[in-house]
Ligand binder design. Structure first.
Ligand code: NAG
Ligand code: NAG
Ligand code: NAG
Ligand code: NAG
Ligand code: NAG
Length: 313
C-alpha cells in the first residue's frame, strides 16, 4: 500500500536532541498543550482511526514501534518519544493525549474522558495534510487521510472546546495559558504528490497554499485567545531514504557533496521554510501580543547528515 511508504517518511526522526525555543520558558508557564499536525506529533490518532476491529494492528501499531520508551506501541511513529513528548515533559505537563482513542493499541475503542484533556489535546494525525482533501481531489492526487487536514483538526478542536471551558472569557483564558504546537504540518502536502511522480516544479506551486493554510489556522486560534505558538518547518526531505531511492541517479551532481542528500529536494524544503517564516513574521507583526516561534527542524536534522559521527551514527 502506497500509504505505508508515505508514513514511513517520518520513521527516521531522532527526537532527543531537539533544542527548542521552548526551553526558555519555565515549568508551569503553560497549563496545556494543543497540538495540530502529522506523524511528527501524532500520539495515537492515526492508529485509532486505522485500526479495524478483529484485525491485526497496522505496522506502526506493532513493535519495534514504541519499544524503547513505552515498551509497547502507542501509535507514535517512533520507537521512543516524539518532540511533543519532550516539550510536555519540559513544561511539567503529562503526555498530550490523542483526541481519538486512548493511545492504547490494544484497545482502539477506548475513549478519553474530558478530564484527561485538562493538560491539552492532540489532534495531529499521521499522514495529515495542511490543505483540505478538495485541493488534492481537484488535481487527481490521492491522499491518505481525506478528513484529517488542518481544517478538520481545527474543527475537532472547536468541538472539544465547550467541554473544557464554559464561557468566552473562560475559553480565552484557557487558550492564553496554552502552548499551541502548530505542526509539523505541510510536508505531506508535498510528499503525496512527489511520491506519486509529480514534478518538483508543480509541487512548488502548492507552497503558497500550504503556508496560507497554516497562517489562517494560527490567526483563527489567535482570535479565540491563543497567544503562544510553536511552528516547525519542513525537515530536509532530500535526505529521506524514500526519496534517495526514488531520485537515485548516476549523476553525482544531483547529491549534495557534504550530506549525500538530494540537492533539489533540500532546496525545495528550504524554499518552503523561507516562505513559512515570512508568513509567521507577517502574522507576528499583525498580532504583537502573540508569540510565534519557528522551530527549525531542517537545521537540526541536517546536522545528523553532515556529521553523523557526532551523534554516534
Ligand atoms: C498491549 O498488549 C501487549 C501484548 O499483550 C502488552 O505487552 C502491552 O503492555 C499492552 N499495552 C497496554 C497499553 O496495555
Ligand atoms: C476498551 O476501552 C473501553 C472504553 O474505555 C472499555 O469499555 C473496554 O472495557 C476496554 N476493553 C478492553 C479489552 O480493555
Ligand atoms: C472520512 O470521510 C469519509 C467520506 O466522507 C467517511 O466515510 C469516513 O468515515 C471519514 N473518516 C473519518 C475518520 O472521519
Ligand atoms: C542508487 O543506485 C546505485 C547504483 O545503481 C546503487 O548502488 C544504490 O544502492 C542506489 N541507492 C539507492 C538509495 O537506491
Ligand atoms: C550541501 O549541504 C550543506 C549542509 O546543509 C550546505 O551547507 C551546502 O550549502 C550544500 N551545498 C550545496 C551545493 O547546495
Amino acid at each position: 500500500m502506497a500509504s505505508r511508504h508515505q508514513l514511513l517518511l517520518r520513521d527516521l526522526l531522532v527526537t532527543s536532541f531537539f533544542v527548542l525555543a521552548i526551553t526558555s520558558h519555565a515549568k508551569g508557564s503553560y497549563k496545556s498543550i494543543f497540538s495540530f499536525g502529522d506523524s511528527f506529533a501524532d500520539t495515537g490518532n492515526a492508529l485509532h482511526l486505522l485500526q479495524q476491529p478483529n484485525t491485526p494492528p497496522p505496522y506502526f501499531g506493532r513493535l519495534p514501534y514504541g519499544e524503547t520508551f513505552f515498551h509497547h506501541p502507542t501509535g507514535r511513529f517512533s520507537d521512543g518519544r516524539l518532540v511533543i513528548d519532550f516539550i510536555a515533559k519540559c513544561l511539567g505537563l503529562p503526555f498530550v493525549p490523542p483526541y481519538f482513542g486512548s493511545g492504547d493499541s490494544n484497545n482502539s475503542t477506548a475513549g478519553l474522558s474530558s478530564k484527561i484533556y485538562d493538560g491539552g489535546a492532540n489532534f495531529a494525525v499521521a499522514g495529515a495534510t495542511a490543505l483540505d482533501a478538495e485541493f488534492f481531489a481537484e488535481r487527481g492526487i490521492p491522499i491518505l487521510f481525506p478528513n484529517a487536514s488542518l481544517g478538520d483538526q481545527l474543527k475537532w478542536f472547536k468541538e472539544l472546546l465547550p467541554s473544557l471551558c464554559s464561557s468566552t472569557s473562560d475559553c480565552n483564558e484557557l487558550l492564553r495559558n496554552s502552548l499551541i504546537l502548530m505542526g509539523e504540518i505541510g510536508s505531506n502536502d508535498f510528499n503525496f504528490p512527489l511520491t506519486q511522480g509529480r514534478s518538483i516544479e508543480e509541487v512548488q506551486g502548492f507552497v503558497p497554499h500550504v503556508v496560507n493554510a497554516i497562517g489562517s489556522a494560527i490567526q483563527d486560534l489567535i482570535k479565540q485567545g491563543a497567544v503562544t505558538f510553536l511552528v516547525p518547518g519542513n525537515p530536509p526531505i532530500g535526505c529521506l531514504p524514500l526519496y534517495l531511492t526514488q531520485y537515485n541517479s548516476t549523476n553525482k551532481d544531483e547529491f549534495n557533496h557534504s550530506t549525500g542528500c538530494i540537492g533539489k529536494l533540500n532546496k525545495f524544503a528550504m524554499h518552503y521554510n523561507g516562505m513559512l517564516q515570512i508568513e509567521l513574521n507577517k502574522i507576528q507583526k499583525l498580532h504583537p501580543h502573540a508569540e510565534i516561534m519557528y522551530a527549525d527542524y531542517y537545521e537540526v536534522i541536517i546536522r545528523l547528515y553532515r556529521q553523523p559521527q557526532l551523534f554516534g551514527i
